[in-house]
Design a protein around this ligand. Structure first.
Ligand code: PNW
Length: 500
């Protein structure tokens, strides 16, 4: 690592090669961040407000009333970020674009010079170090103006997003070859519009599925624009990323309910794109239609796709991108039991309660237990349901609380997931081509503010310089990448000052 004076209390050494711990040639490693979570620079030059600026500036919305005004100050310190990515030896760095930084009006009538240059510099800086930029076009930073017009509940957003996507392809497709249109439709729609814990904080039982439909169409339009107008020349690839929590039955009697849970939580935003017939998963469509009728609605709360929309969305992928963190068990709620909302306490829609198995290792963060086997099971499920796709894991990581450079729990969590990835590749024949740690560094963890840390690098948010320090996990990950194996020994209590 470049900070030679840094104390790290464990050393990571690559050991002898063993075939089953080796990654396939061409398997790539990265780390991820997103714009609002790291950039800061919330009101520089002509940037307009995003829904997160407004939300985080509203007292009581974010833990400790934290906000992303400065965050990791990556708006000013992007060169440090590139250097960290280079020190880790990353093959790619996944980051996102701030829509209101690039298009202050929300629309392409005005493209910000400052915003355009910021991402140009970042992309060029990465490429100079041989690191591929992987761009998420939308990681939850909507211009507030568009929210005032209904945001993701207004069907016009599918065109607003498509227009924005065309601008970013025009600016960057010459250098960026891997694109994620939208981050985690199910989480974004539910937390933003149903439980209301994230921006814009709307709590409306109908809004989440409206958002869910428009996200699918917005993604499809953006995918088709790239496919038609940019792919022939630039030869890149575009997909959407789904957040997948692996749900399994608590007892064998609950297998049917667990299956329905997967059809809802994974199928809702996969079936329209990856299945042969397209559209919502039929069992879910029927289930919600029936329930909506019983509740007295004139039509299903899950808005229908027209036949044209089904065709528009179907097949709009170049690979399957997924974020995986944890698992849950499913059981039927008892009579009168209160079901806390999704994503990790319960699924009121299915009258299901989500719990953790006692044997899964707990983290310091309530929603997160370490269940790497769930990732392999999830990949097998996806292959069985949608065929032999290419899978790119674009988020996986470990949350902790408080400052701690010796993050051995994070190391063992990452190692556990990488072991399962190797098993999925070698035993199940699944085509997984890359892995991404969330996150390159500690950052603004949405409604939890800075209280939860995911970073390979620790960031000192009390320090105006936002000093970044590599944790033990950074050394571990660098060593895995360099050796292209999991044959990496962790030697505790050794003081290393040398470059890896
Ligand atoms: C993702 N869950 O969100 C986001 O893409 C990141 O921006 C975020 O920082 C990261 O994961 C860590 O939370 C998630 O409930 C939200 O399982 C919710 C869940 C998982 C990921």
């Amino acid at each position: 690592m470049s900070q030679t004076a840094t104390f790290v209390f464990c050393a990571i050494l690559a050991t002898a090669y063993s075939a089953d711990r080796k990654f396939p040639p061409g398997f790539i490693f990265g780390a991820g961040t997103s714009s609002y979570q790291i950039e800061g620079g919330w009101n520089v030059t002509d940037k307009s407000e995003s829904i997160w600026d407004v939300f985080a500036h509203t007292p009581g919305k974010v833990r400790n009333d934290d906000n992303g005004d400065i965050a990791c100050d990556s708006y000013n310190k992007w060169k440090d970020d590139v250097q960290m990515a280079a020190d880790l030896g990353l093959h790619f760095y996944r980051f996102s674009l701030s829509w209101p930084r690039l298009l202050p009006t929300g629309f392409p009538n005005e493209i910000s010079e400052d915003g355009k240059n910021y991402y140009n510099n970042l992309i060029d800086g990465l490429l100079e170090k041989g690191i591929q930029p992987v761009i998420t076009i939308y990681h939850w930073e909507l211009p507030q103006r568009l929210q005032n017009l209904g945001g993701w509940t207004n069907p016009s957003i599918t065109d607003w997003f498509a227009d924005y996507a065309r601008v970013v392809y025009t600016l960057y497709a010459d250098r960026v070859k891997t694109w994620i249109t939208i981050n985690e439709p199910i989480i974004m729609c539910d937390l933003s519009y149903n439980t209301g814990v994230t921006a814009p904080g709307i709590k409306d039982p109908l809004a989440s599925y409206m958002c869910g439909k428009h996200v699918m169409i917005a993604h499809a339009k953006a995918w088709r624009i790239y496919d038609k107008e940019f792919k022939p020349k630039h030869k890149g690839r575009v997909s959407v990323t789904n957040q997948l929590i692996w749900f399994e039955a608590k007892t064998p009697e609950e297998e049917e309910l667990a299956k329905l849970t997967r059809d809802l939580s994974v199928g809702l935003h996969s079936h329209p794109i990856y299945s042969k017939e397209g559209g919502w998963p039929p069992v879910i469509e029927e289930y919600i239609a029936k329930k909506s009728k019983e509740e007295g609605y004139a039509r299903s709360r899950l808005p229908e796709f027209t036949p044209e929309e089904i065709e528009l969305v179907k097949g709009t992928y170049d690979f399957y991108a997924l974020n995986y963190y944890t698992g849950g068990t499913i059981r039927k709620a008892r009579d009168g039991e209160t079901i806390d909302p999704w994503p990790l306490s319960g699924l009121p829609e299915l009258e299901a309660v989500i719990e953790k198995r006692p044997e899964w290792k707990k983290s310091e963060v309530y929603w997160f237990s370490v269940y790497p086997e769930g990732l392999r099971k999830q990949l097998v499920w996806l292959k069985e349901n949608y065929g032999d796709l290419e899978f790119l894991i674009v988020e996986n990581g470990y949350p902790s609380i408080g400052l701690n450079l010796q993050d051995l729990n994070r190391i063992s969590c990452i190692e556990g997931h990488l072991e399962q990835i190797l098993l999925a590749i070698k035993e199940d024949g699944i085509n997984i081509t890359g892995y991404t740690v969330w996150s390159l560094m500690d950052n603004f963890e949405w409604n939890e503010g800075y209280s939860i840390k995911f970073g390979l690098y620790e960031v000192d948010f009390a320090d105006p310089a936002r000093t970044r320090t590599p944790r033990a996990s950074a050394h571990y990950y660098a060593s895995v990448i360099k050796s292209h194996t999991l044959d990496v020994n962790i030697v505790e209590n050794k003081h290393i000052t040398d470059e890896l």
